[in-house]
Design a protein around this ligand. Structure first.
Ligand SMILES: [Zn+2]
Length: 83
């Protein structure tokens, strides 16, 4: 799921934070990836509202899917731990 930078057309990457991963583990990293900012290699950080409406709709869908994935993962881990 690569998006194009609205400024230069280069592909953007999702931002990531090692700090968030250490603090909250895999679930925290997933949440951060779902809602974090996008990063263009040329322009730096790109705000969500700079993207085209259809790209923003895709991002929202992907974010929801990622959060659902994180929840399923969390429930699975809790189930394993408690069982
Ligand atoms: Zn760019």
């Amino acid at each position: 799921m690569a998006y194009k930078c609205p400024r230069c057309g280069e592909p953007v990457q999702r931002g990531h934070s090692t700090g968030a991963q250490v603090a909250a583990g895999l679930v925290g990293a997933l949440f951060y990836a779902a809602f974090g900012a996008f990063q263009c290699t040329k322009c730096g950080k790109i705000a969500r509202n700079e993207f085209a409406p259809e790209d923003r709709a895709k991002m929202t869908t992907n974010s929801v899917l990622m959060v659902i994935g994180a929840m399923v993962l969390l429930v699975g881990v809790l189930w394993l731990v408690s069982g």
